[in-house]
Design a binder for this molecule. Sequence first.
Ligand code: C6P
Length: 414
Amino acid sequence: MTNRSGRDLAEIRADFPILAEEHHDGVPLVFLDSAASSQKPQAVIGAIADYYRHTHANVHRGIHKLSEAATAAFEDARRKVRRFINAESRREIIFTRNTTESINLVAQSWGRSQLKPGDVVISTVLEHHSNIVPWQILAEEIGFTLRFLPVREQGQLDLAEYERILREERVRLVTVAHVSNVLGTVNPIAAMAEKAHDSGALILVDGAQSVPHMPVDVRALDVDFYAFSGHKMLGPTGVGVLYGKRDLLQAMPPWMGGGDMISHVSLDGSSWNELPYKFEAGTPAIAPVIGLGAAVQYLQELGMEWVHAYEQQLTAYALERLSEVPQLELFGPSAAKEKGGVAAFRLADHHPHDVAQLLDAQGIAVRAGHHCAQPLHHHLGVPSTTRASFYIYNTEEEIDALVAGLYETLRILG
Ligand code: C6P
């Protein structure tokens, strides 16, 4: 399958200036840590530089030409994001700082105003801390019950337990990752959304590891809220997105107060701006938003079907090659088709930090630790793992380098 732009991998790699740099003296960089944060193509770096050179002014405020140009560029990025995830209206696209802030927005606005003692919120054992902690903080304050769906053998959620809780308890919200950042499990969001809705509950999806890697259509999935980060999808840090169905967002109170989110302010009280501005208090991350728009355009030029297919091919190759390495235990689904582009593993009983450090000395950047998923690691029975993660600019040769690096690590550590 070729990508929409018809460009080959060497041309795609050439779009990412950092990939041409040496990692250590004379050692080329093999970047296998995109699940933590992806690299940026020149199209994104250039869009941000151009904005600062030619267009910078505050948005939604000025009537001078520069402010109007900045506002137009900012809102154009919102339209690009809307199209990218097929939201119905640009008013359903709220710019936040990241996935974490998007989830906290739902907790602090919808959750705080809707949840009562005795209500139930379902989350899962495989969540990133950002989809656990905001709910724990709120549950402690309000007194609702937080339930966590268990994870089965191959990293899949226990859907029988899901249906049981939905049937027997007063579930108001299901909050679940689309793709696990450790196991790579792809959760069946459309089916889970349908079941949640049949029980009168809403569903919030953490899309931090899905939107960058596969086509996502929020209307086809029929999700109520969907959160993701710009920096994992070729965009800059400092910008994330919360998608929410318009009628839900309309009914929700603002979370943060300040400039831009108001319609009228007097000393006796204030009224709120229309969507999405009601949830965007203060000067927004203008340059990062414009950079995110460029990232979305870059991904769309390749085509998300191609992005997904290429990553699956790469993941299948990685799983096969990693299975050859002695004493390597891989976590999560063993078939690439059921998995996002991540491979988390243990190498003998070596500490993942030692493994990552020895790989780093060979120019290979991977992540080691609990990956902000401590409850999942507790379930796996290990305190931490080493994780390699893949994106559009990675190659089979880089996976070969990882495997060779692991053999070398075994040789050194014994
Ligand atoms: N995971 C990782 O190395 P922020 O930090 O808000 O942009 O994204 C948080 C987040 C939420 N959900 C999932 C599934 C994630 O993977 C992440 C970020 C990175 O796995 C950094 S901890």
